[in-house]
Design a protein around this ligand. Structure first.
Ligand SMILES: Cc1cc2nc3c(=O)[nH]c(=O)nc-3n(C[C@H](O)[C@H](O)[C@H](O)COP(=O)(O)OP(=O)(O)OC[C@H]3O[C@@H](n4cnc5c(N)ncnc54)[C@H](O)[C@@H]3O)c2cc1C
Length: 374
């Protein structure tokens, strides 16, 4: 049986981006439980890139990802990975302090403009005027072409000689004579190293490997798509975010995607929207905006998986030999993927972080799974 240098579990954006980077250093197998890659979180995101989202470490990682997004390798994709969108966060009148944290992140290179209630309303006329206080406008928030990013990694990986095995849910693994023996429902594989990029299932994979438990919690997030109000062209609207709830409205192919900003802990699964959550969301929408929902065009839910400090978990496990974590990407896994894939390859092949991550203050210890082993 072929012995792979690296075996990656999970074919979402985390697994495929790591596969692409690692295929430059050895032979790589990527195992995916589903019949299509990106079926879970990766195919269910809001596809946004924003510099001002998440904690300090996440924001630093995203700074490095942005370089890749703006300048992907030759032939990686046919179109731009980022397209301008802009984001407008609205404070309810009287609750302006809720924008303080966001404004505190503004720098010369990272503009966040304070708008008066009148200017804010002018940009977000679908919101009821009495709900509009001051606004924070971030011109540099962009849409990510997630499909092109994911496909770019998959095609690049295959071109480098990588092998993808679908419908291969990993069920057992053990380490013997410096080789991992992996069993799926229908096949067996051997590899020198394992990379655990199983999204919401990463802790379950860790258990199979007798690795550290990182305390990953999968959280459901819901989205619906509805018609835009008659006669309003929303295609150039920014994302409209609401500081009081974390809900947001995003233009989506001439319609509007609405997300309540929910994060309900659930067991990892093929998550579906909860009917009650959707009903509450539609009620909120009709109170907050002038949108009259005649029909829900489409609804879905996805998993955002976090550890306690909401910093991704990237590094070798202290208990399980040659078992590497790439998990806990939370609500930022698409935007962090280019940088984290480089982190993964660099830690595995050179035992250090890439210089560009060190330059923005990210340390290997802050990402290490071993922060959970005490
Ligand atoms: C509604 C919503 C909005 C979001 N918006 C954004 C956004 O705007 N920007 C952003 O950057 N992020 C966003 N995110 C977060 C982002 O989608 C995730 O962080 C990212 O997709 C995680 O990718 P992943 O590859 O780690 O996980 P996944 O895409 O879930 O991939 C993990 C894969 O592992 C496979 N797997 C699991 N167990 C096994 C096993 N035993 N054997 C083999 N394979 C296995 C699964 O089938 C799955 O395909 C959003 C998420 C949601 C739900």
């Amino acid at each position: 049986m072929k012995i792979f240098d690296f075996l990656i579990i999970g074919g979402g954006i985390s697994g495929t981006s790591a596969a692409y980077e690692l295929a430059k250093f050895g032979n790589v197998a990527l195992l995916e439980a589903e019949s299509s890659l990106g079926y879970h979180s990766t195919g269910r995101s809001a596809a946004l890139f924003t510099r001002n989202f998440g904690n300090k470490t996440v924001r630093a990682i995203n700074q490095v990802s942005e370089i890749f997004f703006n300048n992907p390798p030759e032939g990686f994709c046919l179109n731009d990975l980022l397209t301008p969108r802009g984001s407008l966060t609205i404070a309810v009148p009287g609750q302006e302090r809720e924008l303080d944290l966001l404004f505190s992140l503004a720098t010369e290179q990272n503009k966040i403009k304070q708008l008066t209630p009148e200017q804010t309303y002018e940009m977000a006329k679908i919101v009821k005027p009495e709900q509009v206080g001051i606004g924070a406008y971030e011109p540099d928030v962009t849409d990510i072409d997630v499909a092109s990013l994911h496909q770019g990694y998959i095609k690049g990986f295959l071109k480098l000689g990588g092998e993808i095995f679908k419908v291969q849910p990993v069920e057992h693994m053990h380490y013997e004579d410096e080789i991992w023996q992996i069993k799926t429902g229908k096949s067996a594989f051997q590899a020198k190293q394992i990379i655990n990029a199983a999204g919401g299932w990463a802790d379950q994979i860790g258990v199979l490997a007798n690795a550290t438990k990182i305390g990953l919690v999968a959280k459901r997030r819901t989205a619906v798509v509805v018609e835009a109000p008659n006669g309003i062209d929303v295609s150039k609207f920014p994302v409209i975010e609401f500081a009081d709830t974390g809900a947001y409205i995003k233009p989506e192919g001439g319609k509007l995607m609405i997300c309540p900003g929910d994060q309900t802990p659930v067991e990892p699964q093929d998550i579906q929207p909860d009917e009650m959550d959707v009903a509450i969301l539609i009620d909120w929408l009709q109170n907050k905006t002038n949108i009259v929902v005649k029909r829900i065009e489409h609804s879905w839910a996805g998993l955002r998986s976090f550890v306690a400090d909401e910093i991704p978990v990237v590094g070798y496990d202290a208990q399980a030999p040659k078992f590497f974590w790439l998990a806990g990407q939370g609500g930022f896994g698409i935007m962090m993927a280019p940088a984290l894939a480089r982190v993964c390859a660099s830690l595995i092949t050179q035992d250090k972080l890439p210089q560009e991550l060190l330059d923005v203050g990210v340390t290997a210890d802050s990402l290490s799974p071993n922060r959970f082993s005490n």
